[in-house]
Design a protein around this ligand. Sequence first.
Ligand code: GLU
Length: 485
Amino acid sequence: MINETPRVRFAPSPTGYLHVGGLRTALYNYLFAKRNNGAFILRIEDTDRKRYVEGAVENLINSLAWCGLTYDEGPGKEGECGPYLQSERLPIYEDYVLHLVEQKKAYYCFCTAERLDVMRKEIEKNGGQPKYDKHCLSLSQEEIREKLDSGMPYVIRLNVEPGKTIAFDDMIRGRIEFSSDVIDDQVLLKSDGFPTYHLANVVDDHLMAITHVIRGEEWLSSTPKHVMLYEALGWEIPKFAHLPLLLNPDRSKLSKRQGDVAVEDYRSKGFLKDALVNFVALLGWTAGDDKEFYHMNELIDAFSLDRVNKAGAVFDLQKLNWLNAEHLRSKSIAELVELLKESLVTSSFAGNHYGDELLKQIIEAMLPRVSFIQEIWQNGAYLFAAPESYDEAVIKKRWTEDSGRYLEVLANHFEALTSPTKEDFEQALHKASEELQVQHAQLIHPLRLAVSGVGGGPGVYDIVVIIGQAEAVNRIRKAAQTITK
Ligand code: GLU
């Protein structure tokens, strides 16, 4: 536990969906806040109008909510530091940037895109680091006034002092130093009047009293710029923790091209939120033991930033599949019935109604054989409707010339039972095999093929009980009459 009460934030730019990397950042912030009785804040960084996507904020909030990451303050949950959408905070950023201009820590720049382009090319040609050449820093007050009055477009830049070392301690990476010589006089206020990410991010982290900035490694190179801004504004610098990159199994950066990256994709493929959260928690963190299966409350108890790795974390889909199966099996039967009902709409049985008792029996029979709830509809389709065909390989292996005749006898025995239990069906099969003078297996395999159309699955008597006596008898007779070798 840490001493102060932390305030952390997840600060996504709404791009249209929640990336699994974003989920990992949000989750670590959430776990850190919960573990240390702190506050988890959602701030939407939507100052890049070019990237604005309709409905993106709602999507993001829905995905976070689905994963169980409830925020203490944020859009729709206003705390003392709102609004939590940066586009609603524009006058705040302008005030601060003008204050920096007054103190000569920032300056107006009227350079055109063409001039910047020529300048950049010139520097690159000479092998230098492309940086703004501070051309507008030398403008006099009068020149600036004149240009502003004439309505000339401008940006405001931070005046970076060369020759300085900018250092900060990262909670995951240790001490990090940058020379200010490699840092551009970054734009703080853009020509459209919107702040840049750097300005808005620093102003808001300060005003929202953020104590720990926990974010992806891709922001590490922005951090010295932020440190300079904190210093220019005379503010205390928060603690930083940069999380390792997410990698594909071939160690390239996790990208859309290689597979699904949106939380929604995993949701629509039927992954359980508990499994996805568990999986994402392990992308860069371990408790230091072999434990891999976690519920959210256990993650909260075990999480600490000290145990986050520096090295990139490989996104291993097989592990996610395994965790999904584990989480599925850890659910109560009532929860499973609900999940199965929810997934009915996406199955080929959509529109039908099944009672809870029947679904319970089906779940009990199928659960050890599936990793995803929808697989019950797919792999256990014969529990809901008679098979339309019979597996050729099984026929080849298990069907003999006599199988049809044996099944007719078995059907008669099954038909004669009154309110049979699983044991009654088993007894009936034993009787039929005695009568026919054949081994049980001579009946069991054809029976399985008759009722399910396939060779594997739950116990054959469980299948018979689930589909019911009359249906079983029908299926047995149909198979007896139609299967030929
Ligand atoms: N808006 C940035 C993003 O999209 C936030 C980075 C940060 O947390 O500072 O991830």
